[in-house]
Every structure is written in structure tokens, then in C-alpha cells.
Design a protein. Structure first.
Lengths: 285, 185
């Protein structure tokens, strides 16, 4: 154990509050570049018009401090907590919920959470956030906020394939998921794929893979090749921007793998829309 | 830009009959918002034979749950939500005289059939272009179900609100035709 670094819960609240607003107002450069590249590659005039609108929309959102999309999402927060960090003045997760509450209020962001999935009464402040916390070595806390829209989340799927299904089985499942989704998840989409682990862990990997900047590859060559092949196959579906037909259905396919049981081949597909809103802050450095 | 159609509300049968899939349309006039929870309530009212909170005869419903308006602005960001979730309710409303819906994503066969039967159309607005679409909304008033927050029914006054005809009254489907043209698998 090294020296303990103290980080106040107030700082976490403030940083999360800002992340919520910035993610919803400012599309990241990697996403804007991907939209512009798609416009160059697209053949369909209808899809090209959509892509032009999306770039213009991002500009208006940034300038007017308006949400890129009215669905400002479930607040999904990934925390990588250094083992040598001490949070002072309150609990880390409470601070994250407080930051979300503040960000969604002050940013005039939409409150999209209902307190119970069946009773369906809105919580009024977009909490609770969905928080994933992992321990990492060191003295810092890395907090990544993702505004996850409902339309694309609804099009996500998981399958427990058999080992015999193999690579081809995985490809077929991913392509079929995107085919079934059609226009609903607001293409051009970002496709996150988790392979391996367990039923729950595959879905976590799929979501986590969405955090990687667009244009980056998996560090493993075989997995990177799978990402490339999947992107080609998905784009061959012809769904296009907004599903009105076109060459570019996905901006990227990201794959993350994890060891799994000798009997299992879990594969999860988590889809994100073109309003791919991810922002990160690192505290304690 | 070619073939842009300017459409004023309320809609008439003549105007609707002239629309074809792929037409780009700029809507000016009054439209009503409703999404999941409001649809559930509307259809429950209709089922009980009660009056709806607005007269839907010849009207347009926009599937949207806007973000809150900043002070001094009529509305927040307001792009369409995915339409298929409303498919279960839509034929009911079309039977009651609703003439058009605005959303994103394709409709079910039963909605497409109902649009043919009741002479109604489905428009799509660009999903996620929510800040851009907000520029076309000049006024927004909650007229029912305030308790639903973003899902309340609003009356919007729009000017040149941009949409594309995805389903016309002749049973054509822009999604099906568009994808077939670019499919390589």
C-alpha cells in the first residue's frame, strides 16, 4: 500500500455534475469525426442529409448548451477506484448520485428514470445512476459518465451460445441483433460486444467496450480482426443513417473478451446511438 | 433542395392523398405530443367512452418527450422517440380520426394497414437531431397529464418542422424500400 490520497465527496459531486452536462451538450471529437467520415463514404442521398443534420445538430447543441438528444439518458457511471484512495466527507456512490441529480437539474436535462419498472413513477431527478465500480492499483479515481438512451438500449441482446457455435456463431448473433434493431436505435450506431465471462459479465463487457474512443482497435490482433469483420458485415445490412437505407449503419464495432466456462460462450450486444455521449474525468492526480 | 412540400395543419384528405414516401415535408401549424404513458391513458379513456383531452380529428401526434425548456425558450431539445412502442395504440387513434404521426423507426404491419384503411400517414423526423428540431418549435403548452413530466401532452406551434414521409396511404414503406436498395448481405 502506498500513501493514501484523499478525495472529497464534494469534488466528486462537482465533477459528475459537470460531466453530465458536458456529455449532453458537447459531442466528442471522435464521434464528430466518425460522422463526417460516414458522410464522405455514404452513397445514399437521404442518409447523407441525415448525417449533415447530425453534424449541424451537434454544433447547435454546443453553442446553445442544449442537449444533443432530448433523451439525455440513464446516467451510467463507470468508476475505476484506486486502492490507495480515501473518499472523505461522504460515500462515493452517494456523491455520484448527487452529482447526477445536480447535473440533470442545472443542465435542464430530461429526467427519464422511473422508480419501479412496473409502477413507473418518475423519480424526478434522473437518479439513481447505474454505477459500475472496479478497483485498480494506485492513487486516482477515474470516473466515466455515459448518457445512455433508451431507444438503443432496448435493441440490445444477449445469447448463451455453445462452444461449437464459435466465431461464426458470434458473428451471426451480432449481425442479427443489428438487423432486428433496424432504424430503432438511431443509426449510425456504435456496437459494443462482450464475449465470454458469465451471463452478467458479458453484458458488462459489452457496455464497457462502448467507452473506448471510436477509431481505436482492441489491443489483441484476433479481436481487432473480428471487430473489422463485424463492422463490414453490419454495414452490409444496408440499414443506413436513421434506417432509411445506406452504406453506413455503424460508426464502429468494439469487442471485449474474457475467459469463460468450458461449457459456455456468452455473447452480449449493447447498442449505442449516434449521439454517443461519453465523458471521463480523473481525480487525485 | 428538390420537391419540398409545405404542409399546413389541420390536415385534409386531399393533402394527405398527395403525399408519397420519400417526400420531404415542412409542417407549419399545431401538432400534439404524446408518447408511451400518454398513449396508455388516451386509449384507456377511449375504451371507457370518455372524451380525450384534445380533439384528435385531423390532427398530428408527435412522439416526443422533450428535455426541459431553459428560461426564455419555448422548449428544450425535442427529437422523435422510437415509434414501434406506440404501435399497439396507434390503430385506435387512427380510427378516431388522427391523420398523421411523427416519430422514428418503422411501424408494424397492423399500423400500416390501419393507415391505409383510415387514410393516414407516418412522418419521420431525424432521431437525435433534437437541438436542430427545437428551432422549429415556437410555442409549447402542456394541455394534459402534467404529472407525467416529459411525457405530458403538449400542444406545439411549429414553423417549417422538417419531416420525411415514411408511410403513405397507399401502403408504401420508405424503410423497406430504402434498405432493400443498399443491402449487400
Amino acid at each position: 500500500m502506498g500513501t493514501r490520497t484523499r478525495i472529497s465527496s464534494e469534488e466528486v459531486v462537482e465533477k459528475v455534475h459537470r460531466l453530465c452536462m458536458e456529455a449532453n451538450f458537447q459531442l466528442n471529437a471522435d464521434v464528430l469525426d466518425a460522422l463526417r467520415d460516414s458522410h464522405k463514404a455514404e452513397k445514399s442521398p437521404v442518409a447523407r442529409d441525415v448525417l449533415t443534420d447530425l453534424v449541424e445538430n451537434a454544433k447547435i447543441a454546443r453553442e446553445c448548451q442544449m442537449p444533443i438528444c432530448q433523451d439525455t439518458g440513464v446516467a451510467v457511471v463507470f468508476v475505476e477506484l484506486g486502492e490507495d484512495v480515501e473518499i472523505t466527507g461522504g460515500r462515493l456512490h452517494d456523491a455520484i448520485h448527487d452529482g447526477v441529480r445536480k447535473g440533470y437539474k442545472e443542465g435542464y436535462l430530461r429526467k427519464s428514470m422511473v422508480a419501479h419498472p412496473l409502477a413507473r413513477v418518475n423519480t424526478g431527478d434522473n437518479t439513481p445512476a447505474v454505477i459500475h465500480t472496479e478497483l485498480i492499483p494506485g492513487n486516482s479515481v477515474r470516473i466515466t459518465f455515459m448518457a445512455k438512451g433508451g431507444g438503443c438500449e432496448n435493441m440490445s441482446r444477449i445469447a448463451m451460445l455453445t462452444p461449437a457455435d464459435g466465431r461464426e456463431g458470434v458473428i451471426n448473433f451480432v449481425v442479427e441483433t443489428v438487423r432486428l434493431a433496424k432504424a430503432n436505435p438511431c443509426p449510425p450506431i456504435v456496437v459494443g460486444v462482450g464475449i465470454g465471462g458469465t451471463f452478467d459479465y458479458a453484458t458488462f463487457l459489452a457496455k464497457k467496450s462502448l467507452l473506448r474512443p471510436l477509431g481505436t482497435k482492441n489491443h489483441d490482433t484476433d479481436t481487432a480482426n473480428l471487430e473489422k469483420e463485424l463492422l463490414g458485415r453490419v454495414n452490409d445490412l444496408g440499414i443506413g443513417a436513421q434506417g432509411l437505407g445506406g452504406r453506413i449503419t455503424a460508426l464502429a464495432v468494439h469487442v471485449e473478451c474474457f475467459p469463460c466456462h468450458i461449457a459456455s460462450l456468452p455473447v452480449a450486444v449493447n447498442i449505442d446511438c449516434h449521439a454517443h455521449r461519453v465523458k471521463t474525468v480523473v481525480l487525485g492526480v | 433542395m428538390p420537391d419540398i412540400i409545405h404542409l399546413k395543419t389541420p390536415l385534409t384528405d386531399d393533402k394527405i392523398a398527395s403525399l408519397r414516401i420519400g417526400n420531404r415535408v415542412l409542417i407549419t401549424g399545431t401538432i400534439y405530443t404524446a408518447r408511451d404513458a400518454a398513449h396508455k391513458r388516451l386509449v384507456e379513456l377511449a375504451d371507457q367512452g370518455k372524451e380525450l383531452p384534445f380533439d384528435i380529428q385531423n390532427q398530428i401526434i408527435y412522439y416526443v418527450g422533450p428535455s426541459p425548456a431553459r428560461p426564455g425558450r419555448p422548449i428544450g431539445s425535442c427529437g422523435p422517440t422510437t415509434s414501434y412502442r406506440m404501435d399497439v395504440y396507434t390503430p385506435w387513434l387512427l380510427a378516431m380520426g388522427l391523420k398523421a404521426t411523427i416519430g422514428k423507426g418503422n411501424r408494424s404491419e397492423s399500423v400500416i394497414e390501419a393507415m391505409k384503411k383510415y387514410k393516414a400517414v407516418y412522418f419521420v423526423a431525424t432521431g437525435g437531431a433534437a437541438a436542430l428540431l427545437a428551432k422549429s418549435v415556437k410555442k409549447a403548452d402542456v394541455i394534459a397529464y402534467q404529472d407525467l413530466g416529459a411525457e405530458a401532452i403538449m400542444r406545439l406551434e411549429v414553423v417549417d418542422f422538417p419531416v420525411v414521409v415514411a408511410n403513405d396511404i397507399y401502403g408504401n414503406d420508405l424503410y423497406r424500400e430504402g434498405i432493400a436498395q443498399y443491402q449487400r448481405a
